[in-house]
Design a protein around this ligand. Sequence first.
Ligand code: GLN
Length: 206
Amino acid sequence: MPPVHDPQPPLVVGVLAVQGDVREHVRVLTALGAQPRTVRRPGELAGIQGLVIPGGESTTMDKLVRAFDLLDPLRDAIAGGLPVYGSCAGMIMLADRIVDQRADQQTLGGLDITVRRNAFGRQVDSFEEDIAFDGLVDPLHAVFIRAPWVEEVGKDVTVLARVEHGSAAGRIVAVRQGALLATSFHPEVTGDTRVHGLFVEMCRAG
Ligand code: GLN
């Protein structure tokens, strides 16, 4: 048999692995044919073509990013145009502004948005809903876990999805600005690979 030539070399996508649901993102990226690489040290950013910042707890992630000397290297990577996808706490890490942040909480920034942490309140802090997502044909099953929402977007930010039902209807829960993508919800836990698929395309294009 002639050798099979994969026309595209494997895409190396980092997953920030200081805290949060790293394994789930690694699994989805692998399923999509990308080569995930966990990132805990500045040197591990070299050679990646994209980065996922998982869900977890943004206050803890912020502390660990600083403790691991990753704050400036990550900010530099974002400023340099590295495609980054942040899910839930990852969205908070990418936001330029937070409402209700913990004292001294910092973000990496890059996305011209204001997010509200734990925005859906105590009663409904975790819920699931099918929502339309710009660029995807069929609705997406979105899982929200103590999720933020986006209160304000800058003029260069594209809104990709909003909550459709209940008292939070209309709230923005997915955005893109250039090479940065963020969702309030967790596509990595549903078995639906389409959001990561969009991100992988962004990485290949980037
Ligand atoms: N509430 C968390 C925070 O503020 C985010 C929750 C999540 O990532 N599932 O960071």
